[in-house]
Design a protein around this ligand. Structure first.
Ligand code: PHE
Ligand code: FE
Length: 296
């Protein structure tokens, strides 16, 4: 996952000027490989019939089912042949300009550490499981691969227009938490969902969240939550549609309009929304009630 908070401002001593570090694959312990295997087994049982065809195909063609934490060099070699992407290791979150520069040049930045065994269900920082299992299969899809490169270039532009807030929401609601309409129903392609056992059920099956047809400006107006399941998901018709809607649009005038409009709170519905499912919002309401009741 990625949001606007970045911990470091200069590359640490062991990192290169572009913030990359060695993955040090041979340093992973058997326990760390076992954590990957546990997470992998759990998610791969859940995802057939839930994850998008593109994501499932990516997992397969990249042979990510091999036990243990993947070696980025091996992965990069396969990806390079398929779509020209590489996976590079970085020490946690990097500055926005660094993130966009890598992305614009088809380098996907991934954390090399893996969560502790007591963090199997949730952690806020992106670890190697989220980054590789969640994101990398989509990089094997030629259309999505183009989308992410274009997004990186769009990020470099947005930095100069003080519009990262808006572009960041597009990333959140597509790359991290996107759903896609397929022949047999809705499917997950967002990495934040496919790498989470609970949210890969919740996003598709739970009656709580709204599921709204993707609209570029609508998405860029919408706030998001980083602390719990999403209260709204946005659904694209296809990756071709997503690519077209974003690449063929000049965002500069949109940013200007967005700056004049109020942001939309999560779970807010507009009359013009194309709602695929109107959520009950029960999950978020219960959580909030419990939070208030448990205050000292
Ligand atoms: N077309 C966008 C712009 O004008 C760039 C972009 C492309 C952003 C694809 C996101 C995804 O800034
Ligand atoms: Fe992510």
């Amino acid at each position: 996952m990625s949001d606007e908070t970045h911990v470091l401002t200069a590359p640490p001593a062991d990192a290169a000027a572009d913030w990359t570090i060695a993955q040090n694959w041979s340093n992973y312990t058997p326990e760390e490989h076992a954590t990957w295997d546990t997470l992998f087994a759990r998610q791969s049982k859940l995802l057939p019939g839930r994850a998008s065809e593109a994501w499932l195909r990516g997992l397969d063609v990249l042979r990510l089912d091999k036990p243990g934490i993947p070696d980025f060099d091996v992965l990069s070699e396969r990806l390079m042949k398929l779509t020209g992407w590489q996976v590079v290791a970085v020490p946690g979150l990097v500055p926005d300009d660094v993130f966009f520069d890598h992305m614009a040049n088809r380098r996907f930045v991934a954390g090399n550490f893996i969560r502790r065994p007591d963090q199997l269900d949730y952690l806020q920082e992106p670890d190697v499981f989220h980054d590789v299992f969640g994101h990398v299969p989509m990089l094997a899809d030629p259309v999505f691969a183009d989308y992410l490169e274009a997004y990186g270039k769009g990020g470099q532009r947005a930095l100069g227009m003080d519009a990262l807030k808006y572009l960041g929401r597009l990333y959140w609601y597509t790359v991290e938490f996107g759903l896609v309409k397929e022949n047999d129903g809705l499917r997950i392609y967002g990495s934040g969902i496919v790498s989470s056992a609970a949210e890969s059920r919740f996003a598709l099956d739970d009656p709580s969240p709204h599921r709204i047809a993707f609209d570029l400006v609508r998405v860029m107006r919408t706030e998001y939550r980083i602390d719990d399941f999403q209260q709204n998901y946005f659904v694209i018709n296809s990756f071709d549609d997503l690519l077209r809607a974003t690449v063929e649009t000049d965002f500069a005038p949109l940013y200007e309009t967005l700056k004049q409009q109020p942001d939309l709170p999560v779970a807010h519905i507009l009359p013009e929304d194309n709602l695929l499912t109107r959520g009950t919002q029960e999950y978020a309401r219960d959580k909030e009630a419990n939070r208030i009741h448990s205050l000292p």
